[in-house]
Write a protein that binds this ligand. Structure first.
Ligand code: GLU
Length: 472
């Protein structure tokens, strides 16, 4: 056991994004690798954008990935009183002040700042004036926000991912802690909760870097120990822009629905921006990752989300399942396909080395379950150019019906012998037979395929193609 305590703190304003899931995974693995605790906190203080059902979806997505909190899940909205208390304490300490600026005045300040072509409007109140006015205006019932007085020299920290980061005092505005409706802002609630939960390391996305100086100011003003911060680079899409819906799936639920194995998505996300350091091994079980993960392996460069690689990894993880687990998984993702457990058991040895996604099996290899209804037209033109091939196949089929064994080796021997005695190369027959059995020009090895389809199906499909391609 160590004292390390980390957390993943999603806002329930959207689904669980793969970027968020990756942040959760890094925190979870860090906790496991260091013998610390991993905690979950739902940041639901935004009354307008937060939705209870989204919190459930997020927790379900994490659970699907095998990520659960080591302590009861914390809901930030339960702590409003505490946040207000801390804001008042900060006022008492002279680190924050009542700000009676009206929305109209703020808007005017923003416009002036724009006119001066400042990159951002920096709100900075006069703390002394605010304090002098405060009791009178509070008594009058004027609306106010509470702002922190951010007049500091500058803030720096040694980022766990990026190394030293420094913000000038001028870059940090007097930011709001309590809005005029009394609700706490993200900065206030995140700092209070991280402190109260004893968080030692805050690992989160790069998009939070500009929030960190503000939060460090709050820790210092309260005299609280500042946790260590690490900011993980964003995940980019194939267009090298921030991963977005435009270029593919972004929510964990979409990957679940598409039939990915959770351990494959976990493995894939863990390697997006983290590397185990030695060798080029890429396939890890969750158990292995819990041992080998280290903060030092997090890279400062953004990683690109490569769906083809994820699909490859899914195949690798399917191959790590026991045969019965694989069959259960395939059955669960067979959708409308008329696939029985017995069929899957029979076909599994043939498909196991090839499969990436369950849908491959039920779409690309649908011929395993149903007779082909159409035949590749280029293949048909090439392999059945005239009435001769159906005649040959009819003869071959007749002999096949009497073949002693339907095991791959004897089947191959039988076909090669048959071709030789008819003065044909084996290829001459293999391609039309494949087309007849699958409707396609490519398939797994023909003799293994004939073996798993079985005598009855092979004979039926050959007959169907012979009739179809025979010229009148
Ligand atoms: N709730 C914040 C978010 O979803 C995370 C805050 C944090 O990690 O500090 O982006």
């Amino acid at each position: 056991m160590s004292d390390i305590r980390v957390r993943f703190a999603p806002s329930p304003t959207g689904y669980l994004h793969v970027g968020g899931a990756r942040t959760a995974i890094f925190n979870f693995l860090f906790a496991r690798a260091s013998g610390g605790k991993f905690l979950l906190r739902i940041e639901d203080t935004d009354p307008v954008r937060s939705r209870g059902e989204l919190a459930e979806v997020i927790l379900d997505g994490l659970r699907w990935l095998g990520i659960e909190s080591d302590e009861p899940v914390v809901y930030q909205s339960d702590h409003h009183e505490r946040f207000r208390g801390v804001a008042e304490e900060l006022i008492r300490r002279g680190a924050a002040y009542y700000d009676f600026t009206t929305p109209e005045e703020l808007e005017a300040m923003r416009r002036e700042s724009q006119a001066r072509k400042e990159p951002r409007c920096r709100v900075r109140g006069d703390v002394h004036k605010a304090r002098a006015e405060a009791s009178q205006r509070l008594a009058r019932g004027d609306a106010y926000a509470v702002r922190v007085s951010a007049s500091v020299e500058g803030v720096k920290w040694n980022d766990l991912v990026h190394g030293p980061i420094k913000f000038d005092g001028a870059e940090v505005e007097d930011f709001v802690l309590l809005r005029s409706d009394g609700t706490p802002t993200y900065h206030l609630s995140v700092v209070c909760d991280d402190h109260d939960m004893g968080i030692t390391h805050v690992l989160r996305g790069d998009d939070h870097i500009s929030n960190t100086p503000k939060q460090i100011i709050l820790y210092r003003a309260m005299g609280w120990e500042v946790p260590q911060f690490g900011h993980v680079p964003l995940i980019l899409g194939p267009d090298k822009q921030r991963l977005s819906k435009r270029t593919g799936a972004t929510s964990v639920g979409e990957f679940t629905d598409r039939g990915f194995l959770p351990q494959a998505l976990f493995n894939f996300l863990s390697l997006l921006g983290w590397s185990p350091g030695s060798g080029d091994r890429e396939i890890f079980s969750v158990g292995e990752l819990k041992h080998v993960f280290s903060l030092g392996g997090i890279q400062a460069k953004s990683a690109v989300f490569d769906t083809a690689k994820l699909e490859w990894m899914n195949g690798e993880h399917i191959r790590l399942l026991s045969d019965e687990e694989a069959i259960d998984y395939l059955i669960a993702h067979s959708g409308e396909a008329p696939a029985t457990r017995e069929q899957l058991r029979a076909f599994w040895p043939l498909m196991k080395p090839r499969i990436r996604m369950p849908r491959d099996l039920f779409t690309d290899h649908a011929y395993l379950f149903t007779d082909p209804v159409e035949y590749d037209s280029a293949g048909a033109a090439k392999h059945f150019p005239d009435g001769k091939m159906p005649e040959l196949l009819r003869e071959y089929r007749f002999d096949l019906d009497n073949a002693a064994s339907f095991d791959p080796e004897p089947l191959e021997k039988h076909l090669r012998g048959w071709c030789e005695s008819h003065g044909l190369s084996a290829g001459k027959l293999i391609h039309p037979i494949r087309l007849a059995l699958t409707g396609k020009t490519v398939s797994p090895g023909l003799f293994e395929l004939m073996n798993v389809l079985g005598r009855e199906t092979v004979l039926r499909r050959l007959e169907k193609a012979i009739n179809m391609f025979a010229r009148p």
